[in-house]
Design a protein around this ligand. Sequence first.
Ligand SMILES: NC(=O)c1ccc[n+]([C@@H]2O[C@H](COP(=O)([O-])OP(=O)(O)OC[C@H]3O[C@@H](n4cnc5c(N)ncnc54)[C@H](OP(=O)(O)O)[C@@H]3O)[C@@H](O)[C@H]2O)c1
Length: 294
Amino acid sequence: MTDNNIQTNSITLLGLGSMGTALARAWLAAGTSLTVWNRTPNRAQALASEGATVAPTAAEAVAAGRLVVVCLLDDESVGAALDGIDLSGKDLVNLTTGTPAQARARAEWARERGARFLDGGIMAVPPMIGVPDSGAYVFYSGSEDLFTEHREALAVPAGTTFVGVDPGYAALHDVALLSAMTGMFAGVAHAFALVRREDIAPTGFASLLADWLAAMTASVHLAAEQLETGDYTTGVVSNLAMQVAGNATLLRTAAEQRVSPELLTPYMALMERRLAAGRGDEDTTGVIDLLAVG
Ligand SMILES: NC(=O)c1ccc[n+]([C@@H]2O[C@H](COP(=O)([O-])OP(=O)(O)OC[C@H]3O[C@@H](n4cnc5c(N)ncnc54)[C@H](OP(=O)(O)O)[C@@H]3O)[C@@H](O)[C@H]2O)c1
């Protein structure tokens, strides 16, 4: 523990859904003195028998300690749960998923009420929480002092990655990663659809697919370097012109296999727009510029 760290041995947790319950169990297992509250009281009963103090109201839970963690459904429920409660002098950590703008507004809302504020984006599912080496971590942004002082306690359920004093940055990092994952899932769905009706075992195909996706992720580093230099023609392995030509084969194969191309075509349309603008010698990095609207 450094001089800047406060040994936070007492935490209040609002919200005992799947994620809140997993967080609670991790802190209880670490010997933390935990006060919990949930809108529907019976969800707290099991935790009471595991050592948590159950507060009858959110106000009493908040009054029990300085570090107050909320993990509720959405930003609206955070406002509803904390409405009218005295937050002066509190350190509020919001692990509820929301947008960057919601996090910034919530930070200002907390500041007006005399609380320090840290927003968090949980990069894990409940079974990963409190499990060493599960890969679970949380993006944090907002009050760096709060983060530093409570870092040890925050690191109990999952790893911690502080991404900036802008309270919106944790949500932005969280949603950016989830958005990339969504695109990846779309590609995986299309790939399985292509082989689905053939004599190809999905389990064997899955290993090939996972290894291929893992190998292809190296491309994100090249794209990042190109974005930083502004030159999308450096280090290009497969240029845009070649990739657009290859798209025709992907679409013909989809038609042959009687698979809808609808998950692929929006991305392909952007590639074609960039090619039509005379950027055939670039990487696909130029598509990122086309996505900026307004
Ligand atoms: N589960 C995951 O895999 C996962 C992963 C990463 C991040 N997260 C995020 O973690 C947060 C919690 O997720 P979860 O899985 O625990 O959700 P959940 O199981 O649906 O639990 C939702 C919680 O919010 C409470 N709640 C909803 N509306 C409320 C209101 N108006 N006032 C007070 N409390 C309210 C619920 O209370 P009641 O019990 O009374 O309904 C419950 O405690 C979400 O923001 C989610 O996006 C979840």
